[in-house]
Write a protein that binds this ligand. Structure first.
Ligand code: AMP
Length: 176
C-alpha cells in the first residue's frame, strides 16, 4: 500500500478532543466508515496485507474491531471469532485480565472458538497502549492457536503499544 492511501484514509478520521474524558484525543472512525469508497479502500488494503498469513480464523475485538474483522474474515475465507467484554458470551470461555490507567478490564473468548494449531489473525480498529490486544493474544494462545498476524486500521505510536506486541507481525494502515 502506498503512503498516499494511508494519508487518504487518515484524512477521513475525525479528531474529537477531550472524549471520553479530558486530555484524550479520540480518533473517531465513524467518519471513515460512512464513506463507502474509503471503507472499501481500508478493507482491501488490510486484506492485501493479511492474505499471506494463511489464517483460518479472524479474531475481532469488541466492539469497533468487529467492523473490520468480519468483512476481512469473509474476504479471506476464514471464520470470525468475537473477543468480548466480561459476561457477554454464553458458552464456556477463556478469560484474560489487563490493566487500564485506572483499574482492570477482562476480555473473553469461547473456548471452542479456536482449534489447537489453528492460524489466527487478530484485528482491531486502533492500537493505543496495546493492553487489549495483548490480552487477546493470551486468549488465542491459551486455546492453542497460533497468532499469525495482527492488523489495525490505525496506531497511536506515542503510546508505544508495539512494545506489548514484540515478536508478532503487526500491520497498520495509519500511524499517528
Ligand atoms: P489499548 O488497549 O490501549 O490499545 O486500547 C485499544 C482500544 O481502545 C481500541 O479498541 C480503541 O478502539 C480504543 N481506543 C483507545 N484510545 C483511543 C483513542 N485515542 N481514540 C479512539 N479509540 C481509542
Amino acid at each position: 500500500m502506498s503512503a498516499d492511501v494511508g494519508a487518504a484514509l487518515a484524512a477521513k478520521i475525525r479528531d474529537v478532543p477531550d472524549f471520553p474524558q479530558p486530555g484524550i484525543l479520540f480518533k473517531d472512525i465513524t467518519t471513515l466508515l460512512k464513506d463507502g469508497p474509503a471503507f472499501r479502500q481500508a478493507l482491501d488494503a488490510l486484506r492485501d496485507r493479511c492474505r499471506g498469513y494463511g489464517a483460518t480464523k479472524v479474531v475481532g475485538i469488541e466492539s469497533r474491531g468487529f467492523i473490520f474483522a468480519a468483512p476481512l474474515a469473509y474476504q479471506l475465507g476464514a471464520g470470525f471469532v468475537p473477543v468480548r467484554k466480561l459476561g457477554r458470551l454464553p458458552a464456556a470461555t477463556a478469560r484474560a485480565e489487563y490493566t487500564l490507567e485506572y483499574g482492570t478490564n477482562t476480555v473473553e473468548m469461547h473456548r471452542d472458538a479456536i482449534a489447537p494449531g489453528e492460524r489466527v489473525l487478530i484485528v482491531d480498529d486502533l492500537l493505543a497502549t496495546g493492553g487489549t490486544c495483548r490480552a487477546t493474544i493470551a486468549l488465542v494462545e491459551e486455546l492453542g492457536g497460533v497468532v499469525a498476524g495482527i492488523a489495525f486500521l490505525a496506531e497511536l505510536t506515542f503510546l508505544n503499544g508495539r512494545e506489548h506486541l514484540a515478536g508478532y507481525d503487526v500491520q497498520v494502515l495509519i500511524s499517528y
